[in-house]
Ligand binder design. Structure first.
Ligand SMILES: Cc1ncc(COP(=O)(O)O)c(C=O)c1O
Length: 358
């Protein structure tokens, strides 16, 4: 066991494998398993949010007879804090996450958390768990801000009490994996006008059966196609998609059916600054098959806060298998550049790193 997280008086984690004194080496943390012992909590009484405070994580009870549980009236975010090369600690693009959090809340009729409260509460959560933060380059502290309707009441209406919480989890630096994805032919996860662009549990609930289909066919994850024609790529279960065709780096557009990934946006901006031809456009399975026949299909990858960049080997359905290049240097270059930008191994994009403390 590693002692990188231990110090007298550090938060403990009763009943959780991530108890601070029992943390494994950063490379063995994985994702989502080692939760911090405390959470940050604020309450909305119908008028305003209270000041955020710290609470033992297991002290927060969520009533079963609340719209948060019964009707899925909750939204969340996922962002990371890193220890930089200089030993300081920073959040990656918290303002962008705050903005998306507010948009998700608005779509579900929940009270928004403003940017100042979002950043303050994330900083408080990191500060309370600073000893859980892996050393520079070896992992991160993942933060999960959540708003849920908390009033005990049965019936669909806007709740009069909401809670906002931030839970943290110590994570490994994601390994550069390679995935096989199943293009789901029958189920849909989101349609125009629906919830696809909101980060809310309903999207993941709607997606689990697709993931199970994919896994039953020995694929790693699902690719969601557009609801109207079942021909165009949307996103994977919890990642946005990029594909290289010829010299162009393509990603599906923000059509309201996919999440506006902060990683996707970061990569688009980085790629454009590096003068890559990065384009948001519709991508059909037929386009990919034609590019494959012409020998123009390069690499493909999924991206997101949790996984950073994951190479895609193939996308299959019951009639065909599209194989991407495993030798695309562009994918590994982007992954290394993104890691540097996120962790502060470069002075580029300083506006994306929100310094917390040294
Ligand atoms: C459905 C979905 N799409 C895309 C993403 C990637 O978003 P981000 O890069 O902001 O983490 C996520 C991340 O959680 C997701 O759940």
């Amino acid at each position: 066991m590693s002692a990188y997280g231990t110090e007298p008086g550090a938060p403990t984690n009763d009943g959780n494998p991530g108890e601070t004194s029992e943390l494994p080496q950063p490379e063995d943390l994985g994702f989502g398993r080692y939760l911090g012992a405390h959470l940050v909590l604020a309450e909305h009484d119908g008028a305003r949010w209270s000041a955020p405070g710290l609470l033992p994580r297991q002290a927060l009870c969520v009533p079963v007879a609340s719209a948060g549980v019964q009707y899925g009236l909750s939204v969340f975010e996922g962002l990371k804090a890193y220890r930089g090369a200089d030993g300081g600690v920073h959040l990656f693009r918290p303002q962008a996450h705050a903005h998306r959090f507010a948009a998700s809340a608005a779509r579900l009729g929940l009270p928004a958390v403003d940017e100042a409260l979002f950043v303050e509460s994330c900083a408080m959560a990191v500060d309370a768990h600073r000893k859980l933060l892996p050393p520079y380059g070896r992992g991160s502290l993942y933060l999960r801000p959540t708003i849920h309707a908390d009033e005990e009441f049965l019936g669909l209406r806007r709740a009069q009490r909401h809670r906002y919480s931030v839970v943290v989890s110590a994570c490994s630096d994601p390994a550069m994996k390679r995935l096989r994805l199943w293009a789901e032919p029958h189920l849909i996860r989101a349609a125009v006008g629906g919830l696809g662009a909101a980060k809310t549990g309903a999207n993941y609930a709607a997606g689990l059966a697709g993931l199970m289909h994919a896994q039953a066919k020995a694929y790693d994850d699902v690719v969601w196609l557009d609801a109207a024609t079942h021909t165009r790529l949307g996103e994977a279960g919890s990642m946005n998609l990029f594909v290289r065709i010829g010299s162009r780096l393509l990603t599906p557009p923000l059509d309201g059916c996919i999440l506006a990934g902060i990683t996707r946006d970061s990569l688009l901006q980085m790629a454009r600054r590096a003068r890559l031809d990065a384009v948001e456009c519709e991508i059909s399975l037929d386009d990919l098959a034609i590019a494959q026949q012409r020998g123009e299909l390069g690499g493909a990858f999924g991206c997101g806060t949790a996984a950073r960049i994951v190479a895609i080997d193939e996308i299959g359905d019951s009639t065909r298998c599209i194989r991407f290049s495993a030798q695309d240097a562009c994918v590994s270059r982007l992954c290394a550049a993104l890691k540097d930008v996120q962790e502060g191994g470069t002075s580029d994009w300083p506006q994306w790193r929100y310094g917390l403390f040294g």
